[in-house]
Ligand binder design. Structure first.
Ligand code: UT7
Length: 330
């Protein structure tokens, strides 16, 4: 492959909490119906973390599996990146908690905060570290426990989200297989469309912020929907262009799992068959940073991604942010 150094995913891991929350369960909690949720989103059930589980616990399980499958010892990791919008605490970084529990003594550790785009963003940063020769083995995790920042009285948001974690071990690549291109984008002009308003330095926690339910996710659903339907096709095309391939050549698209209608709209705009888009949103809902790595993990497990396949990952989320990556599986 000449002098150009690249990177590849050497192993994937996944963790989904045991507890299943179905649409029927939600019917008993808020004024909603299984029909509304299914027709508007495609979601049938989602997972909810146990009371004693926090984001770092989910991340740790996914990370352990990814390391085992990659045959990489935690002690040999150079860097740990945890993409999350629901860290255990504002600081220290959740990545540091994972680092300690893995025994990754040589690794730097930092969180990547790009809401639902965090995993693909972190994957891009891991790739850059490896290509630059600054790291040899990077653990990238996408983990979220949105159930802890969901307003369970708000039917417009509480039916959408779920908890889980996915992880990838990224190493240098000396073959054609690997991460081929990235596009990391943002539009801060849309920052108010999807946010957790309080608990930071702008609106520190107070009785008022609690009373106003400002420690929960606030979202303008229809505006985020429009943004997502527009940006997914653009981000896929950009990743393809940067990799020197066409969307027609792509074997499988792995989009952020937020809403099956968003995925359908993106497929139509790209004039690509829906069968080329991996979907598991019916099982897990929107698991934020975890959605793309969990979907990739399951696509590989199910044989939907085979060695040599061209795959495009694409995510969008609060920020607003988006991120896409073309890769050759190997
Ligand atoms: O990771 C990125 C995060 N976010 C997203 O990707 C979300 C993007 N947005 C969406 O997926 C959709 O906008 C939603 C699924 C959130 C909402 O679907 P929609 O078709 O945009 O519905 P809407 O918000 O326009 O609401 C339509 C109606 C409203 O009633 P009225 O005003 O027409 O009488 C809502 O009050 O549906 C009502 N509604 C519900 N009804 C039953 C909202 N939530 C519910 C619910 N059950 N859970």
């Amino acid at each position: 492959m000449g002098l150009h150094r690249s990177s590849r995913i050497a192993g994937l891991g996944r963790y989904v909490p045991r507890r299943v929350l179905t649409n029927a369960d939600l019917e008993r909690m808020v004024d909603t119906t299984d029909e509304w949720i299914t027709v508007r989103t495609g979601i049938k059930e989602r997972r909810v973390a146990a009371p004693e589980e926090a984001t770092s616990d989910l991340a740790l399980e996914a990370a352990r599996e990814a390391l085992e499958r990659a045959g990489v010892d935690a002690a040999d990791l150079d860097l740990i990146l945890v993409g999350t919008a629901s860290p255990d605490m504002i600081f220290p970084a959740t990545a540091c908690l994972v680092q300690e529990r893995l025994g990754a003594k040589r690794a730097g550790a930092v969180d990547v905060s790009a809401a639902c785009s965090s995993f693909v963003y972190a994957l891009g940063l891991a790739h850059a570290q490896i290509v630059a020769g600054l790291a040899e083995r990077v653990l990238v995790v996408g983990a979220d426990t949105l159930s802890r920042i969901t307003n369970w009285k708000d039917r417009a948001t509480c039916v959408l989200f779920g908890d889980s974690a996915g992880a990838a071990v990224v190493v240098p690549s000396d073959s054609q297989a690997g991460l081929l291109s990235f596009w990391l984008g943002a539009d801060g002009g849309g920052s108010s469309l999807l946010s957790l308003p309080a608990g930071g330095s702008r609106l520190p926690a107070s009785y008022e912020t609690v009373e106003r339910a400002q420690h929960y996710i606030h979202m303008n659903g229809p505006e985020v929907f429009k943004f997502a339907s527009r940006i997914i096709p653009r981000a896929i095309e950009e990743a393809c262009q940067r990799a020197g391939v066409s969307a027609d050549e792509v074997d499988l698209f792995i989009p952020h799992q937020a809403n099956v209608r968003i995925i359908q709209a993106a497929a139509e705009r790209l004039r690509q068959p829906l069968e080329k888009f991996y979907v598991n949103v019916h099982k897990y809902g929107n698991t934020s940073s975890a959605s793309v790595p969990v979907a990739l993990y399951e696509a590989v497990e199910e044989g939907r991604v085979k060695p040599g396949d061209l795959v495009v990952l694409v995510a969008f989320g609060g920020g607003l942010t988006w991120a896409s990556c073309a890769l050759r599986w190997g």
